[in-house]
Design a binder for this molecule. Structure first.
Ligand SMILES: C[S@@+](CC[C@H](N)C(=O)[O-])C[C@H]1O[C@@H](n2cnc3c(N)ncnc32)[C@H](O)[C@@H]1O
Length: 463
């Protein structure tokens, strides 16, 4: 193990390149391994974290490996479409190891503005030779060079004219989205907005912070970060929001993190807790709480006075709520493991006892495709059917826990109407005692030019 680590580090040092391996192979090999692990069923973020933990890379190479792995996983469909055009064998029939290596090479040619084409080709060929595909190295070389020739000739799409006229297909290939999703998107949105959704779903997400008003201020955090060489700027409409620019390295090492002056939370997610308008001294249930982004926000908004009951059925994830609350110095959060759909039955003493309830429901995550590189290849309409049933059970199970006049916010990070407004309309039709105070759908990229897609509905109990 130690030997491998030393080699990996040496490979990134120019002086050592002749005794180890050519420069730049280590981050690309790592990205290739992540693609293979994801094809075998692993989650992209877990696979990347594992590989990064095993290989000693410079910060710049860690960044490159992350960009290549996530980028190539997101763009799988577009990359396959190019391979179908350029090769004699369709992408899906290529030896999988070669297909994923070609994805890494082609992704650099297509999308990475920091890699010269010659480096993208030579490192791919070298990896093929060293990675058990020596016989296929000329194929990799030929395919990547064929792509460069097509691009020089002005070809920017792998589709024929007939294919380009098929709107769902063209949208799906252009933005690497599955057909079922592009067909649905084009029912919800005009073509140019569906296109904007596709673009936002492939744009590396912004890195947003929420400042802890109980112990710091945006100006103080901005100043401390600037002193550490990290630029942070305000986010329009979010008084406690800051967004980071450029490379930041390990966030937990930045000033103010350990002291609980801020936490990481996407700008769209920062809009959810304030909708409940929580007041000091209230009892609030956060029914799907882990890892605690919104529980901690609620506690901060209440001045840490009152109680936030943070419930979740994921026990390991709940431990993160406790850790986050401790780091942010919050005392008002009580953590409970359990199934929110059954809470009213299991603890009848909680009936009509909460001033406010937040249901940040498990969902298809279609508003966060840029953040979760492999999500688009996992989710399908059948999974959405199951989620809608669970979301409805959550709302039906939790409503009896609300006090008269109490408020409930239902939120998701998806854009699918069946999980959002259609679900809320069905609930309202069956619950005349509820009034819809407001609801909105944010599309990805809509908050100050960035941010996840989020839906929220604020319901108030009458009488
Ligand atoms: C969107 S995440 C919540 C994110 C969290 N509110 C935050 O801001 O950090 C949805 C959560 O719902 C939890 N969950 C799913 N089904 C549940 C159930 N029946 N009861 C309680 N929690 C559930 C999942 O474990 C997951 O942690």
């Amino acid at each position: 193990m130690e030997h491998r680590r030393t080699r990996a580090l040496l490979s990134d040092s120019p002086a050592a390149s002749s005794i180890a391996e050519p420069r730049g192979l280590a981050p690309r090999r790592l990205a290739w391994q992540v693609l293979q692990a994801v094809a075998a069923g692993a989650y992209a973020d877990g696979a990347l974290e594992r590989e990064l933990g095993r290989t000693l890379l410079s910060p710049a190479d860690r960044g490159l490996a992350t960009e290549l792995a996530y980028g190539a996983i997101r763009q799988r469909r577009l990359l396959d479409a190019w391979l179908d055009q350029l090769g004699k064998v369709r992408a899906e029939r290529q030896p999988p190891k070669l297909r994923w290596l070609l994805h890494i090479g082609l992704y650099q040619l297509l999308a990475s503005d920091r890699v010269p084409p010659s480096a993208a080709v030579s490192t791919t060929v070298e990896l093929a030779k060293r990675g058990g595909l020596a016989r296929l190295a000329p194929v990799a070389n030929g395919l990547l060079r064929a792509f460069l020739r097509r691009r020089e000739a002005g070809d920017t799409s792998p589709l024929t004219a007939a294919q380009s006229a098929d709107l769902p297909l063209a949208l799906g290939v252009r933005h690497s989205l599955p057909d079922w999703l592009t067909r649905e998107l084009l029912q919800w949105l005009p073509p140019e907005q569906a296109d904007a959704f596709g673009r936002a779903s492939n744009h590396p997400p912004s890195l947003d912070l929420r400042v802890n008003a109980l112990c710091s201020s945006p100006a103080a955090v901005q100043g401390a970060l600037a002193a550490a060489g990290v630029e942070a700027s305000p986010i329009e409409g979010l008084p406690m929001g800051l967004t980071l620019k450029g490379r930041t390295g390990d966030l937990s090492q930045l000033p103010g993190f350990a002291e609980g002056h801020w936490c990481v939370q996407d700008r769209a997610a920062q809009r959810i807790a304030p909708l409940l308008d929580p007041q000091p001294g209230e009892r609030i249930l956060d029914a799907c709480a882990a890892p605690g982004g919104k529980s901690t926000h609620l506690a901060e908004l209440m001045g840490d006075q009152g109680q936030v009951l943070a419930l979740d059925r994921g026990e390991a994830r709940l431990r993160r709520v406790t850790r986050n609350a401790e780091r942010l110095g919050l005392q008002s959060i009580a953590v409970q493991h359990g199934d929110a759909t059954a809470l009213a039955q299991q603890q009848p003493e909680l009936l009509a006892s909460f001033d406010r309830i937040l249901v940040d429901a498990p969902c298809s995550g279609l508003g966060t495709l840029a953040r979760h590189a492999d999500a688009r290849w996992r989710i399908d309409p059948a999974a959405i059917d199951e989620l809608v049933v669970l979301q409805r059970e959550l709302l039906d199970g939790l409503l009896p826990l609300l006090k008269p006049q109490g408020r409930l916010v239902y939120a998701t990070c998806t854009v699918h109407p069946r999980e959002n407004n259609q679900l809320i309309e069905a609930v309202l039709a069956e619950h005349p005692e509820l009034q819809l105070q407001q609801s909105w759908q944010l599309w990805p990229g809509e908050v100050d030019g960035a941010g996840d897609g989020f839906y929220a509905a604020l319901l108030q109990q009458q009488g």
